[in-house]
Design a protein around this ligand. Sequence first.
Ligand code: DQA
Length: 144
Amino acid sequence: MRNILIINGPNLNMLGMREPDIYGTQTLSDIEEMCKDAAGSLGFEIDLRQSNHEGEIIDWLQQSKDAFDGLIINAAAYTHTSIAIHDALKLLDYPIIELHISDPKKRESFRHVSYIEPLARDVISGHGAKGYEMALKKLSEILN
Ligand code: DQA
């Protein structure tokens, strides 16, 4: 059994009611259920977390070092601003998948920069909530 950490950044606790035309109507709990289903068939155990606080995300990343086999991270707006999360990701030696529900590169120019991308094995964006399942499958390909 491999352990996969799924980190969600600020405002993703509001999925379902937050700009549904962009992010869809599924809540983070719906996404967690979907991930658990997908994880079961891939032989993964998942730990899905959400935080609105940059420092808490950095603590989780530091603590994950020897406890997980892979990471899916939707750092939300911190993707475009956080050199601190970039630095924390550099500590990790397991595969990292950057995930976005929307496609930030097709939105406002301030979303075009990603501090996660240089450290990610793959980027999945613009596939809606289904992207989480795609990211798990990608990790399974990388780890097997
Ligand atoms: C997001 C895209 C980011 O630009 C935005 O700040 C988010 C969500 C996405 O999943 O599409 O909060 O990461």
